[in-house]
Ligand binder design. Structure first.
Ligand SMILES: [Zn+2]
Length: 91
């Protein structure tokens, strides 16, 4: 499967009305981190400060696309199908 682009991610998020895309759960407290989408703006909500970082930082649709593109093509294709089917989760 080809790489996912930022605009593809944005299109699907807009079509599905995604306001939050789940990422991983914090390994220390279990907080479900994720990307928060507000129109053209994306922030990453780390939620907790277990790692000593800011709990929220500016992000982008490119960042979200990178999560897909770091996977193998097979996994990427499956994640992308789920994403398009309305499951806002990258894990
Ligand atoms: Zn935590």
């Amino acid at each position: 499967m080809e790489s996912i682009t930022a605009s593809q991610v944005k299109d699907v998020a807009t079509e599905n009305g995604f306001h939050r895309i789940g990422h991983h759960k914090c390994s220390m407290c279990g907080y479900p981190t994720g990307y928060v989408i507000d129109g053209d703006h994306v922030a990453f909500d780390a939620g907790c400060d277990c790692t000593g970082r800011y709990s929220s930082r500016p992000s982008s649709f490119d960042d979200i696309a990178r999560n897909f593109n770091m996977q193998t093509p097979e996994i990427r294709a499956r994640m992308w199908e789920d994403f398009k089917a309305g499951k806002p989760l990258i894990d």
